[in-house]
Design a protein around this ligand. Structure first.
Ligand SMILES: O=C(O)C(=O)Cc1ccccc1
Length: 282
């Protein structure tokens, strides 16, 4: 089985892939949509992509893809992330004029950057490792630094200027594996189900009606996230995570009751919950 992932080598996503499927073969792609397209085309059987972070929230490009993708979540993994600033050797911190990284990494390091490099320009890259690779591969990169996982410095032959530059110690990113599977992984008794609903505007209380289908069956809603439909201001879809597997009778009943409400419900997958395993940060 080949897993597409947001590459190149050394991204947090690659670390997530190694944790969720240690023996899985990975194939790097430059962006989340490119990785998911590889799955849609059948070039890869599944893709691992970043979904949300405990400090800065969702990864917008992944949310957009999940809205439109005919793909299902088949696994999740939570990875503690730490960030380092790295540059070509010989570059001193005060000489840094430009900082490259994935927008989610930049967002988590903004405070440190504002304090230590207030004059530096910040430029988004497709991934943290793509930023490190660009800095390493550009002869004129004097004064350019990348924010990436500490291991990326070794991988790309860069010197580490600072470590632990994220806004919060203990930041965790949640990644998901997605595949075209119609049959979810077997239930483990510690599972999660993800779905998307579009309550529309057929009168008040639709979202509450949907949530009541869960609460009345004692099903825990662990996440509710609005995402614009794009039609007009104030029109939203909701991503919902609940505890339990679609094969649990109360979950199945709640899902069919919601479908009966005409709320444009879409099942996004049932998969084992990552649980509270402690892990070394990347
Ligand atoms: O760019 C990466 O390394 C990624 O895997 C995306 C990302 C960026 C910042 C935090 C978590 C994931």
């Amino acid at each position: 089985m080949t897993y597409a992932y947001l590459g190149p080598e050394g991204t947090f996503t690659q670390a997530a892939l190694r944790r969720v499927v240690p023996a899985g073969r990975g194939r790097p792609f430059p962006t989340v949509p490119a990785a998911l397209d590889a799955v849609r085309r059948g070039d890869c059987e599944a893709a691992v992509v970043p979904l949300e972070n405990s400090v800065k929230g969702v990864v917008p490009v992944t949310m957009d893809q999940l809205v439109s993708a005919e793909l299902h979540i088949t696994a999740e993994v939570e990875v503690p992330v730490t960030f380092a600033l790295m540059a070509r050797s010989g570059t001193e911190l005060p000489a840094v004029t430009e900082v490259l990284s994935h927008p989610h990494a930049l967002a988590q390091c903004m405070r440190w950057l504002a304090e230590h490099l207030p004059e530096a320009r910040v430029r988004p890259a497709d991934s943290t490792a793509a930023a490190a690779r660009e800095v390493a591969g550009t002869a004129s990169a004097a004064g350019v630094a990348a924010v990436a996982a500490p291991l990326a410095a070794d991988l790309y032959g860069l010197a580490t200027l600072a470590t632990g530059i994220g806004q919060r110690a203990g930041a965790v990113t949640r990644f998901v594996s997605v595949a075209p599977a119609w049959f979810p992984p077997a239930r483990t008794w510690l599972d999660r189900t993800s779905l998307m609903v579009n309550p529309g505007d057929d009168g008040p209380g639709r979202l509450l009606d949907i949530l009541t289908e869960f609460s009345s069956r004692d099903i825990e809603v662990s996440r509710l996230h609005s995402w614009p439909t794009g039609d007009r201001l104030g029109s939203y879809r909701y991503f919902i995570d609940i505890d339990g597997h679609i094969e649990n009778p109360p979950v199945r009943e709640a899902m069919s009751a919601i479908a009966g409400l005409g709320a444009g419900a879409r099942f996004l997958g049932s998969y084992p919950r990552w649980g509270r395993r402690t892990e070394e940060p990347v």
